[in-house]
Design a protein. Structure first.
Lengths: 234, 307, 268
């Protein structure tokens, strides 16, 4: 879609940078999927897989940053090239955070393994939330690959849904903890899992906002009305 | 690179070197012929005439007795004629050159003028003599004088001066000219502050080369009637009585070096031939001297210019 | 929404004072039309850069401002270049090109000092205006050389030949020469394309200083230079002005794809 520079090596550099971002995105998606599966199926093997991916994700983070540095130093990118590089730098930070949150979810599911009364916990709802967030991440990465600026509004909408689910789940878990103090440890684990999922949703929304800047030259961050509320909505 | 390709390259280089050597050799040969010819004539003349050179030779008038003949009137005449030539040719030629380069608009008339100026340089010098005879000597009544000779030779070397001026002006890079205009200089300011000073080396060189040629021109000077036996000098330009400066010398009869030589060589006595050789030697030295002056002036004035 | 930090934001329109403006400017070299309907504003105290590929007309446009085209036959202007605050049309036949050149100075691509002394070079513009007073000349020459950041290097050898200076020094001398006469606008025609990177940087720094006192219009084929040095940039192509805007905008998000293609090297 973005047609070529006269200097083909510049195109190759940009492609290399985008490939690093997409590879990292794919791995992070897989981490999230495995972490939520681990929670659902109580499968500790998947937890180990998530941790293994973490190492590669961190390496990619460093590599992607290095590529962006090199492009800036050697190509002096401007206009759309500059906006792409800035988007990539921001996106890999968000992706690294997503991976980190997935890792935390994996740890919590390992912790939850010890709890005997899992069926009393609202795990289904947590799964729904995880599915929603996973789909948001997929949509954000697609938008990044294809320079689709329309995804940002959509993802903002879905993020509000994620926030609503978090509020519901927090209320439920608090209620359960007050009735049944024995489940507090497990319920707190789930509270943290829900928090991680909500953060992943935010990061996915950010990535879609960077795409808007690349395509339209407009900084879409903090542009949605809800972002600037003085009082949090929860 | 493979061996074959390297060998081919080496063969080409060797062939090139041979050609270089052959051309250099031919060049030296051509140069040698030219220099050798000149040296031979010069040395021959020197050998013949050196013996005659003495202070008296320079201060004596021509005489029927070879031993007492000198070139006083001849070299004084040559010098004065050159003076008049320069005074007429330089302002006219430089002004014409400047006008044609800087002021004349692109028009077919100017192209015609340009072609004709180059053609004038090739007109046989005796034709100038005939022109001068009819126009200056008879029509204007200036007589067979230094003034007439000066005017004739000035016409002769005018194309040389004009072309030298134009070439010198063209050598000035356009950005220097634009630099002057960009500061708000008028055309005249640009010409007098920049164009003229920077082209002076080239102009002077051209002028001196022109004069060096004129000093040896015989045909036109004979045609207008320079006398061959002058035993007097033109009147002095300054005197003790008022008016203190006069220009009578301009209208005076005269002779010049080539004519004196010509006169002596047509005498049967061998001694006069020796005189002619000596005079020739002096004439060549004068010419070489003028060329040396041109070279030195060019060197001095060009030091400041770096383009 | 008030800006917390005053960086990177576009200049408010009230702070921009127009110094010159071309109105529907067309230019013909003989039968070839080199400029087509150019409307370029030039703001006082700002650096405006003209960029574009070879043959786009940027130098032609620059040289129209000081009527250099009048020196050569066969050129024809249509339209106006208005100079403010008097609102006079510089291209009008009633305006003498010499007067225009006395008010608008020029620095050329290749440094072109006269084969004279450093002092005489800088003083020439003043002499052309009839200044003869030795003290006045000396003062103005010193001020100009200081303005061009050359005074400290040459003040002890003002009588030496200008052509013996280094390339960067020669160009600064040419800038001093242009400044000596207090021009209202200085035109720079690719001023550093013949210089090495260090000399280039010193000239760019100088331009940055100079714009406090004088309005600058610069043609450059080096886009990074335009980005570094200018407040406003105009992109030209085949005699037309494709886009004009603040340099920050043009180099981060230009309005026209053709501009973006050119500046990012996707051109041709």
């Amino acid at each position: 879609m973005v047609h070529e520079h006269t200097d083909r090596a510049f195109d190759a550099d940009i492609d290399g940078m985008r490939t690093a971002v997409m590879t990292m995105g794919g791995l992070v998606e897989r981490q999230l999927r495995r972490a939520s599966d681990a929670l659902r199926l109580n499968d500790l093997g998947l937890v180990a897989d998530v941790l293994a991916d973490e190492r590669v994700v961190n390496q990619l983070h460093v590599q992607a940053d290095l590529l962006c540095n090199q492009i800036i130093a050697r190509r002096q990118p401007i206009a759309i090239d500059l906006r792409e590089v800035m988007a990539a730098i921001h996106a890999v930070n968000d992706l690294e955070r997503i991976g980190d949150e997935a890792k935390k979810i994996a740890y919590k599911s390992r912790h939850l393994d010890a709890y005997s009364r899992r069926e009393t916990l609202p795990l289904d709802k947590v799964q729904t939330m995880a599915g929603l967030v996973g789909s948001m991440l997929g949509q954000a990465l697609d938008a990044f690959l294809r320079h689709d600026a329309r995804a940002s509004d959509d993802l903002a909408e879905r993020d509000r849904e994620v926030d609503r689910l978090r509020n519901e789940l927090n209320d439920e878990l608090v209620a359960r903890m007050s009735i049944e103090p024995g489940c507090i440890t497990a319920a707190m684990d789930l509270v943290f899992v829900v928090q991680s999922l909500e953060r992943i949703g935010d990061h996915a929304k950010n990535i879609a906002e960077y795409v808007v800047n690349v395509v339209e030259g407009v900084d879409a961050r903090h542009a949605h009305p809800a972002d600037n509320d003085a009082v949090p909505s929860s | 690179m493979d061996q074959q390709a390297i060998a081919r390259i080496r063969a080409v280089i060797a062939a090139g070197k041979r050609r270089d050597l052959i051309f250099a050799g031919l060049g030296v040969l051509a140069l040698g012929i030219g220099i050798l010819t000149f040296l031979t004539l010069f040395i021959d003349m020197a050998v013949d005439g050196l013996g005659r050179l003495s202070v008296e030779f320079f201060t004596n008038f021509p005489s029927r007795r070879a031993g007492q003949a000198g070139i006083l009137s001849a070299w004084v005449g040559s010098t004065l004629v050159m003076l008049v030539t320069a005074v007429i040719a330089v302002p006219l030629g430089v002004a014409a050159g400047i006008y044609l380069e800087e002021y004349a608009k692109k028009h077919w008339i100017n192209d015609v003028i340009e072609i004709n100026i180059s053609n004038l340089a090739g007109v046989p010098s005796i034709v100038y003599g005939l022109l001068a005879l009819g126009l200056f000597v008879y029509q204007f009544g200036l007589g067979q004088s230094i003034l007439t000779a000066g005017m004739t030779l000035a016409l002769l070397i005018l194309p040389v001066v004009i072309v030298a001026t134009r070439e010198a002006i063209r050598a000035i890079p356009g950005i220097i000219r634009e630099g002057a205009y960009a500061l708000g200089a008028s055309k005249w300011q640009t010409v007098s502050d920049h164009i003229l000073p920077y082209s002076m080396p080239g102009i002077l060189t051209g002028v001196i080369i022109g004069l060096a040629r004129a000093i040896g021109e015989t045909a036109p000077v004979i045609t207008i009637g320079a006398l061959t036996f002058i035993a007097f000098l033109p009147p002095a330009p300054v005197s003790a009585e008022p008016p203190f400066v006069n220009f009578d010398w301009l209208m005076s009869p005269f002779t010049v070096m080539p004519i004196q030589m010509f006169n002596w060589t047509s005498r049967p006595e061998a001694a006069f031939h020796q005189n002619a050789a000596a005079a020739g030697f002096v004439l060549v030295l004068m010419t070489l001297g003028m060329n040396a002056l041109a070279i030195w002036l060019r060197y001095r004035l060009r030091r400041n210019i770096k383009w | 929404m008030a800006a917390v930090l005053n960086v990177g934001a576009p200049t408010p329109a009230q702070q921009l004072v127009p110094k010159a403006r071309t109105k529907n400017l067309n230019f013909h070299y003989g039968s070839f039309q080199a400029l087509k309907n150019i409307d370029l504003p030039v703001y006082e105290g700002k650096v405006t850069a003209l960029i574009g590929p070879s043959g786009c007309g940027k130098s032609t446009l620059l040289r129209a401002f000081n009527r250099m085209h009048d020196l050569y036959p066969g050129n024809r202007y249509e339209g106006e270049i208005r100079l403010y605050p008097e609102d006079v049309d510089l291209l009008s036949p009633e305006v003498d090109p010499i007067e225009v050149r006395m008010r608008i100075g020029m620095v050329f691509q290749k440094p072109n000092p006269f084969p004279k002394s450093i002092f005489e070079n800088v003083a020439y513009g003043l002499r052309v205006r009839g200044e003869k007073n030795r003290t006045a000349l000396a003062d103005k020459v010193e001020a100009a050389l200081k303005g061009a950041a050359l005074w400290n290097e040459v003040n002890k050898r003002l009588d030496e030949l200008a052509v013996n200076l280094s390339g960067g020094q020669q160009q600064r001398l040419c800038i001093a020469r242009a400044l000596a006469t207090d021009p209202e606008i200085v035109l720079f025609d690719e001023p550093t394309s013949a210089l090495d990177p260090i000399a280039t940087a010193s000239i760019e720094e100088l331009i940055h200083e100079l714009k406090r006192h004088v309005t600058i219009l610069i043609v450059t084929h080096n886009m990074q230079q335009a980005a570094r040095v200018s407040d406003f940039t105009a992109y030209m192509y085949l005699g037309e002005m494709i886009e004009f805007g603040e340099t920050n905008e043009i180099f981060i998000k230009p309005k026209h794809k053709r501009t973006e293609d050119y500046i990012t090297g996707r051109f041709g």
